[in-house]
Design a protein around this ligand. Structure first.
Ligand SMILES: O=P(O)(O)OC[C@H]1O[C@H](O)[C@H](O)[C@@H](O)[C@@H]1O
Length: 293
């Protein structure tokens, strides 16, 4: 637990994390270190790297707000939670308002992120945000777990669970469309916010015969992003060819921002498991399964 906390602390204060994490990931890939414990640590790094809570400033905005660029602290005496009884390996990260930030975003809040590792290799992220304003004011925010999944070859990857849904296309000024493809595959840049998504999404890595299952709660939307070659080259902290081996799928709340009155708390959750690709896609949506009879 303390070691996990120490790793997390180091990760959070390091600059250029995305690059470092992808390097570590590709090193592990090269070494064929497939033991779930190693993969988990890397997945943990990737998840923490990308967490963003959009607490917007009133002046010049940082992309996706300031919360993801702050140094979070570790709660050395985290509250117990019944759902985490079987997962003793967890660490709580906390972020609260600072006098400095209140000049650009005049609200008091408590953010808590619980990172828990399950006995079979699952990664569970639970976030709570509480409005602690004493002036009676509500505040509003958006939220996403900006999760980068390592994939063997992006052109051989399929995402299941988002077909036929409406999405906002960030590459077309956020215009709304309906997904027409039977299967969501990748052959160029994509940056979409799928709306009102099911609680389970699968990322199938055909070449590795591995499927990531993403389960979420309190986060109705899902962002799917890959910069592809041209944008990858223009990003300072992203390797030119890294786009071939990553897919970002984010449990998110984008379209309808969350509003909290003083004293109110919001909770969101994302869980990730890696399962063999014999995985049956119909497990994704029990309702769909029932309707098909
Ligand atoms: O470079 P970052 O600020 O971390 O953002 C990387 C990407 O994250 C998300 O997935 C967004 O949908 C993209 O528009 C953005 O380019």
């Amino acid at each position: 637990m303390n070691q996990l906390g120490e790793i997390v602390r180091k990760i959070i204060v390091k600059p250029n994390l995305r690059y470092i994490c992808m390097e570590v990931k590709s090193l592990l890939g090269r070494m064929h270190m497939v033991k779930s414990s190693f993969l988990l640590v890397v997945r943990l790094l990737l998840d923490l790297l990308g967490l963003f809570v959009e607490l917007k400033s009133t002046g010049s905005l940082e992309q996706y707000g300031f919360a993801r660029n702050r140094i979070w602290s570790i709660d050395l005496d985290p509250p117990p939670s019944p759902s985490d009884i079987s997962h003793k390996a967890y660490v709580d990260l906390i972020l609260t308002h600072s006098e400095e930030d209140m000049k650009i975003w005049p609200h008091r809040y408590d953010c808590r992120l619980r990172v828990a590792l399950g006995p079979t290799g699952d990664l569970m992220l639970t976030s709570r945000i509480r409005n602690t304003n004493t002036d009676g004011k509500s505040f509003t925010f958006r939220f996403a777990y900006q999760t980068y999944f390592f994939v063997t070859d992006i052109s051989e990857v399929r995402v299941e669970g988002l077909e036929t849904l409406d999405y906002l296309d960030n590459l077309k000024n956020g215009e709304r469309f309906t997904e027409q493809e039977d299967a969501i595959t990748f052959e160029s840049e994509v940056d979409k916010v799928y709306l009102s998504t099911p609680t389970k999404i699968a990322i199938l890595d055909h070449e590795r015969k591995r499927t990531f299952e993403l389960r979420k709660d309190g986060l109705p939307d899902a962002v799917v992003w890959n910069p592809w070659d041209k944008k990858a080259k223009s990003m300072a902290d992203f390797g030119d060819n890294e786009y071939m081996h990553m897919l970002c799928v984010e449990a998110a709340c984008v379209e309808e921002p969350i509003t909290l009155k003083p004293g109110e708390e919001w909770k969101g959750r994302q869980e990730i498991s890696a399962v063999p690709s014999s995985y049956c896609s119909e497990q994704l949506d029990p309702l769909r399964l029932l309707l098909r009879g």
